[in-house]
Design a binder for this molecule. Sequence first.
Ligand code: ATP
Length: 364
Amino acid sequence: MVLTEENILQVLSTVQDPDLKKDLVSLGMIQDLKVDPARVSFKVVLTTPACPLKEMIRSECVQALEKAFDDLPELDIFMTSNVTTSRSNTPLLPGVKNIVAIASGKGGVGKSTCAANLAVALAQTGAKVGLIDADIFGPSVPTMFNVEGEQPAVKNEDGKNIIVPIEQYGVKLMSIGFLTPAESAVVWRGPMASSALKQFIGDVAWGELDYLLLDLPPGTSDIHLTMVQTVPVTGAVIVTTPQKVALADATKGLTMFQQPQINVPVLGVIENMAYFTPEELPDNKYYLFGKDGGKRLAQRFDVPFLGEVPIVQGIRESGDSGFPAVLKEGVTSDAFQSLAESVARQIAIRNAEKNKTEVVQIKN
Ligand SMILES: Nc1ncnc2c1ncn2[C@@H]1O[C@H](COP(=O)(O)OP(=O)(O)OP(=O)(O)O)[C@@H](O)[C@H]1O
């Protein structure tokens, strides 16, 4: 084969994105192709910086080109990303590409811990990430990010006062805990809580974000409805433990998103506290709350299983000390990084396959 741009594109169109099941050329992922006798260079623009298949895709490109051209010169492949979105044009949060709800049925299953670590793990990949602590009645973000007592600044933009989110570990944060002492938040009535959440969405300078995670309160409440009625939600992640009582509640949480009038895609299930493991003996696993409950829940509802997180003393300590576990190298960090990859991957698949997200209109 002669070394021309056209022929190179033809060869690269035999390489598929395994998740999106289409070839890189028709997906528009090959950009800035330059061919000269001494060098061939191009960019592969992936759908997320957290793409777990990055190396595999690169080596498939190299192999396909080496096979097709005898006289292949130096190859310069630059792997980059542009996070996809499926948002329709709504005036709220115009710069935010994906809004992801992190929900659970039961309280205390580790939803906030997973949300915090996912947010940091995504930011570590280079994505622009925000986290809203929508758990108005029990905000935990200030503690988990070691920013208790901090108060966000207010700035004037186009004649309107807007709140500047607090930034920590590369994540933009907003929590009711920054605005009122935590004790006073618990006496809020439902409508006040809903209007506070609307403020977090509309009156905060979120700017450009690839992923805005919403740490929802446990259960199914007004807050959940407010959220889906206020912004177009890309998808929901359900956190559960493998225990029977948690699974029963997680089922309610999951089916709430799948109700026809809400219809928010479920990106998958995370099984937290999947087993206990002493940090110094990571091969010893004790299934305190039962085994594979989250996996079975995902199978039953035909949604992806995103991964499992063990119970590790360090995760609890990290939460309390305000230094998320994913920041420390080790088994738990690996678990949260691979969860973040799974979530980002499911968002990319969702954006490629499903309709645009709309704000939910609920008729009384
Ligand atoms: N995998 C884990 N290993 C050890 N401790 C964990 C793990 N996941 C969560 N925890 C601890 O369990 C407690 C509850 O976690 P978390 O606050 O994240 O739950 P939650 O589901 O958000 O609760 P709620 O929304 O009801 O406040 C915290 O003390 C947290 O540090």
